[in-house]
Ligand binder design. Structure first.
Ligand SMILES: C[S@@+](CC[C@H](N)C(=O)[O-])C[C@H]1O[C@@H](n2cnc3c(N)ncnc32)[C@H](O)[C@@H]1O
Length: 204
């Protein structure tokens, strides 16, 4: 039976042994794509920007924010082992843990997450894809949940393998493709397949 990536039990099993893995592309590559948007969207003193990282898993994306001087990062995942793995990855890279790791479901985020109730930037790297395995309703729930915790002027940057990831009714965002990343080809004649980076800005 195919894995159901929208089920916490799948990730719990997987993170028993997985300590580090990057979905779709490396965090370094993702950062190189979103960097201009960080410059554009984060407040003047970017070091105080509140960042919410959804479904971090065993990725080291948060470390790239910290390395850039952005330490007010709250990482959430519904699998508690992901928080342990995230802390370990940060400690290994920097010698201490300064970012936050919380357990929460991105389709129903609580009113306060860590120390913040709103965020200037929400970012997910293929977490929307895992959520989408639960169907359009779950993507819609995720989008409303993210909308509620975005500060005025805040944006959501999202990486997906789908060019239709947010083609779902009642998503309270203006959805724009900001990058199409070609996937590696095994043969020259293979079709062009892309990963997609979206900028989602709340509709008023
Ligand atoms: C495809 S992995 C991506 C992991 C990481 N962002 C990366 O790029 O390598 C999806 C992650 O989202 C988490 N996840 C899936 N559905 C979730 C939900 N409803 N709420 C919170 N986390 C969820 C999983 O536990 C997993 O860590």
């Amino acid at each position: 039976m195919a894995a159901d990536f929208s089920e916490q039990s799948y990730w719990h099993q997987r993170y028993q042994t997985e300590t580090s893995f990057e979905w779709l592309i490396s965090s370094e590559h993702f950062m190189s794509v979103i960097n201009p948007y960080l410059d554009q969207h984060l407040p003047g003193d970017a070091s105080s920007a509140r960042i919410l990282h959804l479904g971090g898993g065993t990725s080291d994306l948060q470390n790239h924010f910290r390395a850039r001087g952005l330490v007010d990062v709250t990482n959430v995942d519904f699998e508690p082992l992901a928080a342990d793995r995230g802390r370990d990855l940060e400690r290994r890279a920097f010698g201490d843990v300064r970012m936050r790791y919380a357990v929460a479901d991105v389709t129903q985020l609580p009113e306060r997450i860590g120390d913040s109730s709103t965020f200037d930037l929400v970012v997910d790297k293929s977490t929307c894809d895992a959520v989408a395995c639960g169907g359009d309703t779950q993507v819609r729930r995720m989008s409303h949940s993210v909308r509620r915790c975005l500060a005025d002027g805040g944006v959501w940057l999202s990486l997906s393998f789908s060019g239709q990831r947010f083609d779902v009714d009642d998503v309270p965002f203006e959805v724009e493709t900001i990058a199409q990343i070609p996937t590696p080809k095994l043969k020259e004649t293979d079709p062009n397949i892309y990963y997609w980076v979206y900028r989602l800005r709340p509709v008023s």
